[in-house]
Design a protein around this ligand. Sequence first.
Ligand code: KIV
Length: 279
Amino acid sequence: MTLPKTARELLHLKGQRPQVWITAYDFTQAELAQSAAVDAILVGDSLGMTMLGYSTTLPVTVDDMVYHSRVVRRAASDTLLIVDMPFLSYRDPATALVNAGRIMQEAAADAVKLEGGARIIPVVEHLVAEGIPVIGHLGLTPQSVHRMGGYRVQARTADAVHTLVEDARQLAAAGISALVLEGIPDRVAALVTHTVTVPTIGIGAGSATDGQVLVFHDCVGLSARTPKFVTPFAHGREALLQGIRSYREAVIGGTFPDAQHSYHITDEEWDHFVRQHPS
Ligand code: KIV
């Protein structure tokens, strides 16, 4: 299976086969994601929660994104790399260009992702005109947690569906390369998917999108709490906890390390040393 090398190639996959994206934030996660041959790695600003211990994505800075993206890029040089622009880093076209430019230049990203609809069209157009591929993100947009009044499923009223579809149309016309749809009803995601020519990538948006994206920790079962829309595909947390507990028991019980897992010096050299250092 040929994997996309550029954001433009994401467009060609629409209607061909489902796309598989996953987030990654560090070297190990990125190496695993690339080894599993995903279509794209997203350095999401969800790293604020998964890696930095914040309760929202709002405190995440451009420096944080550049730092984590550089690490991810070192581990996954052959995988399409999409990087989130954090809260307030794209509030006007000029600010967005400076910050997106840093992410593209310092982290060798292939595209940036921005949350929002009609409001951010001038920003999207400016970045695309400057040659920076942009991914859109509609529905449950975590940077708007306060406006949404919490992390709630979006587009559940007729008016909200209308606005979302119109936002999607405008983003597609502005030149985005793909559109993440988060936390919306499956029928709404299907409608958007049929309406726009760009691929839609769902997370908590049902099965009718052109692809799926999952947060790394949710995908492999590392999260303490799993969202309703996630099936963990591994039992990472149990496996790791079990490993650390077994290590602890082995050290306390004196079974680790054993001779097989120790380095040795020859009897001859040891005797030589003892003769030279009589106690
Ligand atoms: O920040 C993130 O990880 C995201 C995904 C949930 C799509 O935006």
